[in-house]
Unconditional design. Structure first.
Length: 257
């Protein structure tokens, strides 16, 4: 049966993703591991499919609002899809039940959460320091850096389900400083769809997906992200960002240490 507690969690996280483009794997995976006691590999695999289906809805809403740059999304995907495929092949070779695999996934998740928190807190300072450098780069160089960014995200997301949100959005703001923020968020969500679906299907093939848990999460997250995406421009970013960053830093620290 569908668990209403999982459904409520899915709705809350889905709404946050729609608002900010951040919070899918960053919150759902540690929530499943630390609060509900789900095994890390199962949490990552289930969350990836959850994120993929959820972000289809968010991508559709942002697409209807004209808030997606499909050229940039394709550049990201051309790096992230091979990165995710290589990571999944490595996990398959090592085996999810192998000694150290679960610990490696948990540690990667914790580090990714801390990096996400840093990206959220210091976003303005990071942008102020590096944007002038990227503004001097030509389009070909920016395209290459975007593909590299996609590859890094592909590895991170496949291992921990974290990275496509705040880290991706912050990096895109550096690479494309003239692009409106709402368009950055929409592009990041659109790119996350094929990445998380591929990684999720890979984890399904590896046997690390809980289908009943997935259905419970989706029954809340789909309406949640639709509502969040619709009201994305009304979110008080100055309030949400520090709150989210603090939460991620605490959870990441707990997982790493």
């Amino acid at each position: 049966m569908i668990d209403p507690l999982y459904t409520a969690s899915g709705f809350a996280v889905g709404a946050l993703v729609g608002f900010t483009g951040v919070g899918g794997g960053s919150l759902m995976t540690p929530l499943l591991v630390l609060l509900f006691g789900v095994h890390p590999t199962t949490a990552v695999g289930t969350d990836l499919l959850y994120a993929g289906v959820t972000k289809i809805t968010g991508s559709a809403v942002h697409g209807l609002n004209g808030a997606i740059d499909w050229r940039v999304a394709r550049r990201l995907a051309s790096g992230s899809i091979p990165g995710a495929a290589a990571t999944l092949m490595t996990l398959s070779h090592l085996g999810l039940d192998a000694k150290g695999t679960s610990a490696a996934i948990t540690t990667t998740l914790g580090i990714a959460l801390i990096l996400t928190a840093v990206a959220l807190v210091f976003r303005r300072r990071l942008l102020a320091k590096v944007v002038p450098f990227f503004e001097r780069r030509n389009d070909r160089e920016i395209a290459g850096l975007t593909i590299v960014l996609g590859a890094v995200l592909g590895v991170l997301v496949s291992l921990s389900s974290v990275g496509a949100g705040a880290i991706g959005v912050t990096a895109l703001l550096m690479l494309y400083p003239k692009m409106p923020t709402v368009r950055i968020v929409g592009t990041d969500i659109a790119h996350a769809v094929p990445l998380t679906l591929l990684a999720g299907i890979g984890h399904w093939w590896l046997g690390s997906v809980d289908w009943l848990l997935l259905v419970s999460l989706l029954s809340g997250s789909i309406p949640g992200i639709a509502i969040g995406s619709h009201f994305a421009s009304m979110v008080p970013d100055a309030v949400l960002r520090p709150l989210l960053a603090g939460t991620l830093a605490l959870v990441g620290g707990k997982l790493v240490f």
